[in-house]
Ligand binder design. Structure first.
Ligand SMILES: [Zn+2]
Length: 499
């Protein structure tokens, strides 16, 4: 999971014509450190080549090799997926033996295989025994990773590939500590320069003064507006408030964010869910895990500590009036709730080891294993009661008409691995009591609706984008089959998850 390699690949690609061996000889000859020597030599060789060509503009106009090519499995003008089971993302029962035609990145035809012949010249892919579902639309993803307590390293290149390989075709980055990287990666993916999902690039957290070394401290409504303005101008497309924000700063961020066309979510603590709903927030993160509404002596604008809030949620009566009143307020104000069960599962004793740990650098894998062992041995863990309770609360919210969306949050102690965790999140929604079709709908169409993009993505229907995941087996009866990804279509191109 290092991304230094990608920079090297980029430089080598530009000078590939000149011969890698010649560059190495040059680097050795001038006796520099290999990486620096190679770069310098590449510059010398390219410079010499440009001079020899008399600065011909033809060099700049040569079409670059398709940078996505190494990751592609299926690419053709027209592709027909035949004999497929279709789980369309609407929550409806799956349909057997369907033909789905992809043309120009859109779903051009869809119907029973017997009555839907593939067009002449189409590339035929036989999906007997396999299923097609919409690409996942995941709403609490990050392009950074825990590299120490409260410190986050930027891993955008490897993470965007892992998300896509796991079946995620659209995602929101839901807060970051860098800002620029999410914007740049979103733009590069949109331009076809990198593989990855379409990205709603959230601005750096809008937070009050806190102990987080990498976060901006927003102390007033004016500073909140300045933060929103700066990041909107840079190209961020959504906002996330964090645990120490004041009501005044949050109100300013919401109102000003909306004027700049950005939706606002929050992982809150200092502001209660009820207060945030009254202020006009669009979305709240982490189900009810972050709600401090039920802390008896909660002081306005002060975070009583995440643990205090979580104790009250673990003890909360899910049939009681206080919880029902909060749910009603969130539903009435159209506040969506993001389920991120994956990150909390890693804190809960007795849960299985997460998938995907093998892609981590050894130090990160070891660090997570130690945290997992500690969590397993913690007899007093609040999560033993809290985790199943939180599942029931999320289900109650959805049953009451609330918009539940899904995400993973690759933070915590580091056991939430992009792509693998996105599949796990859908499995956990099924464990929470949703049917597989409902869980898939939460992870696809609900996210698309929240983003206002459901006319184009989030479900499988004629005219929509062909953002699709092909899996072996039948996740509509066996949700674990959602892990058996064979290809991921985005923009009409089928990517190979192994690559
Ligand atoms: Zn997060």
């Amino acid at each position: 999971m290092t991304h230094g390699q990608d920079g090297r690949e980029g430089r080598v690609g530009r000078v590939g014509r000149m011969g890698f061996a010649a560059l190495k000889r040059c680097a050795t000859a001038i006796g520099l450190r290999p990486s620096f020597g190679l770069t310098l030599c590449a510059a010398i060789v390219v410079g010499a080549f440009v001079v020899a060509q008399g600065f011909s503009p033809a060099i700049a106009q040569q079409p670059p090799a398709n940078p996505l090519a190494p990751f592609i499995k299926i690419q053709a003008p027209v592709v027909a997926l035949v004999h497929a089971r279709v789980i369309d993302g609407s929550g409806a029962p799956s349909r057997e033996d369907q033909t789905l035609v992809i043309r120009d990145g859109n779903i051009a035809a869809l119907g029973d295989s017997a009555r839907t012949p593939p067009p002449a010249g189409a590339t035929i892919v036989d999906l007997t025994g396999k299923s097609v579902l919409p690409g996942l639309v995941m709403m609490h993803e990050h392009l950074y990773y825990t590299t120490g307590p409260g410190v986050y390293g930027q891993l955008g290149v490897s993470f965007s590939r892992l998300y896509l390989a796991g079946g995620v075709t659209t995602m929101r980055t839901a807060g970051n500590v860098n800002g620029i990287m999410d914007i740049n990666i979103s733009r590069r993916i949109a331009a076809g320069e990198m593989p990855g999902p379409d990205i709603d690039a959230t601005a750096p957290y809008v937070n009050g003064p806190s102990s987080f070394l990498q976060m901006h401290a927003v102390r007033s409504a004016d500073e909140a507006r300045a933060h929103v303005d700066y990041w909107a101008n840079q190209g961020s497309t959504s906002l996330k408030a964090y645990m120490q924000i004041s009501r005044a700063a949050l109100k300013a961020a919401i109102d000003y964010g909306h004027r700049r066309g950005m939706k606002v979510t929050g992982h809150l603590c200092s502001v209660t869910y009820g207060e945030a709903a009254d202020l006009g927030i669009d979305n709240l993160e982490h189900g009810f895990f972050a709600a401090t509404d039920f802390v008896a002596d909660k002081q306005p604008d002060v975070c009583p500590g995440q643990a205090r809030g979580q104790q009250t949620i673990a003890a909360l009566d899910e049939n009681g009036e206080p919880f029902k009143a909060l749910v009603k307020k969130l539903v009435d104000r159209h506040v969506a709730l993001t389920s991120t069960l994956t990150v909390f599962e890693t804190f809960t004793p007795g849960r299985p080891l997460p998938q995907g740990l093998d892609v981590l650098a050894p130090q990160l894998k070891d660090a997570f294993q130690r945290a997992y062992d500690r969590a397993s041995q913690n007899q007093q863990s609040v999560y033993a009661a809290l985790f199943p309770k939180a599942m029931r609360l999320e289900r109650a919210f959805a049953k009451a008409g609330g918009t539940l969306i899904a995400g993973t949050d690759p933070t915590g102690a580091g056991g939430v691995v992009p792509g693998y965790a996105d599949q796990r999140q859908i499995e956990l929604l099924v464990e929470a009591g949703f049917t597989p079709a409902e869980a898939i709908s939460i992870g696809t169409l609900n996210g698309a609706k929240y983003l206002g993009r459901d006319a184009r993505i989030g479900s499988i229907a004629i005219g929509k984008h062909s953002d699709l995941v092909v899996v072996a087996g039948n996740p509509s009866t066996t949700i674990a089959d959602i892990r058996r990804v064979e290809s991921v279509f985005k923009g009409g191109v089928g990517y190979d998850p192994q690559k």
